[in-house]
Ligand binder design. Structure first.
Ligand code: DP6
Length: 388
């Protein structure tokens, strides 16, 4: 088989990767931990094909031809060709790559993580590579190494200067904590953000808080949250998730000039979650933010209906929200908040449309391969198909 197609998941970190000890090898300054999201709702899909007839390497991303010379892409291809088990001169054949995401880039989900994980998984199969593939995904984008497996995943920073021990490993599979749910809240925001690679470089150069985070907070927190995941202790899991998101964003503000990723709506979501947890006298929901204004909430299935009811009340959708597919992913039955709860919350209702939409999903498995030729994104000649 000279053609392989697969899909790979998005992941959302609960202990954040923020800082590189080696820029070109993409080696992090601390361990990070994430949950892999179900590919049924969100995924990148990639077809890779090699042929002696191809004149040059090519890549198409979301329907557009992109520059194959992109250094991160070249890193992946180099790593793959080095480890290839293909016989004869097949290793020198040119490659065509076609990839697309099933979610809008506007969702602000680290699409590069799913994209590079998918590329690594597809290439590894095509070049018959055995063993760990997180290193290959990492050479494209750091967080991508956590998307090559399902469930809860820890990326160990490693200590080797060549990065041979900077690998992702599964903590537990998705089936370990089947009640865990994820709500991605897409916040209306047109503002251009500092790309995470630039932001983390600037933080490493200027933030003292980042040094504290690397030396003290993360090593301790990563072990504690791993234990909470193993023990399915939601309260500890949620508290550490929120604290780590807050510390990452505090580090971004401590960076000079500061990187501001969260906006007023993001901060209102934080406020609402804390008020809700206080009102129900428990920790039912956790928020986390990456390098953007969108919130990701972690919560248990039994609490989704009530939490979405509260979100609908305080962040009402636009009137034509039905047409805009306001609620995406798994079906949600929101329950209206009681008067008593609203009194306890005592918060201001936002004008409609501050949240663009929400995606409801759960923890899922790693990359999946397709065997049916109809699933390929490249035709027999290696040209992209399935595009308008
Ligand atoms: C805030 O993996 O996008 O999402 O390695 O430069 O490609 P590069 O960075 P990237 O950074 C992700 C940062 C984050 C936190 C996280 O996912 O751990």
């Amino acid at each position: 088989m000279n053609v392989i197609t697969c899909i790979a998941p998005v992941n959302i970190a609960v202990i954040k990767y923020w800082g590189k000890r080696d820029e070109s090898l993409i080696l992090p300054t601390n361990d990070s931990i994430s949950a892999t999201l179900d590919t049924d709702q969100l995924h990148a899909k990639t077809t890779v094909m090699i042929s002696q007839d191809f004149k040059e390497d090519c890549i198409w991303l979301n329907g557009r031809e992109e520059d194959i010379k992109n250094p991160r892409l070249q890193n992946c291809l180099k790593e793959i060709r080095k480890r290839s088990q293909l016989s004869g001169n097949m290793n020198d054949w040119k490659i065509h790559i076609c990839s697309k995401n099933n979610f809008p880039t506007a969702a602000g989900l680290a699409s590069s993580a799913a994209g590079y994980a998918c590329l690594a998984a597809a290439l590894a199969k095509l070049y018959r590579i055995e063993g760990d593939i997180s290193v290959i995904a990492r050479s494209g984008s750091g967080s991508a190494c956590r998307s090559v497996m399902g469930g809860f995943v820890r990326w160990y920073m490693g200590f080797d200067k060549y990065g041979t021990d900077s690998l992702a490993k599964q903590i537990v599979p998705a089936s370990h904590w089947p009640e865990m749910r994820i709500l991605v809240l897409v916040v209306s925001d047109e503002q251009k953000k500092v790309p995470s690679a630039i932001g983390m470089k600037r933080s490493l150069e200027t933030s003292e808080l980042l040094q504290h985070r690397i030396m003290h907070t993360v090593p301790e927190r990563a072990n504690k949250i791993q234990q909470a995941i193993v023990e399915k202790n939601f309260k500890t899991f949620a508290e550490l998730t929120m604290k780590d998101s807050n510390e990452m964003h505090a580090t971004c503000l401590d960076t000079y000039p500061p990187c501001v990723y969260m906006n007023d709506i993001s901060n209102s979501i934080v406020n609402l979650i804390h008020s809700y947890n206080d009102a129900v006298n428990d920790v039912k929901v956790a928020y986390t933010f990456d390098a953007g204004s969108n919130a990701t909430l972690y919560l248990l299935e039994k609490d989704v209906s009530a939490v979405v009811g509260v979100l609908d009340y305080f962040f009402p959708p636009l009137e034509n929200a039905e047409n805009l597919e306001y609620k995406r992913g798994l079906p949600i039955n929101a329950s209206e908040p009681s008067q008593n709860l609203l009194e306890k919350l005592n918060l201001r209702k936002h004008p409609p449309g501050q949240l663009k939409y929400m995606i409801y999903t759960k923890v899922g498995d790693g990359p999946k391969y397709f065997v049916n030729p109809e699933d390929h994104l490249l035709d027999g000649q290696g040209n992209p198909i399935n595009y308008p």
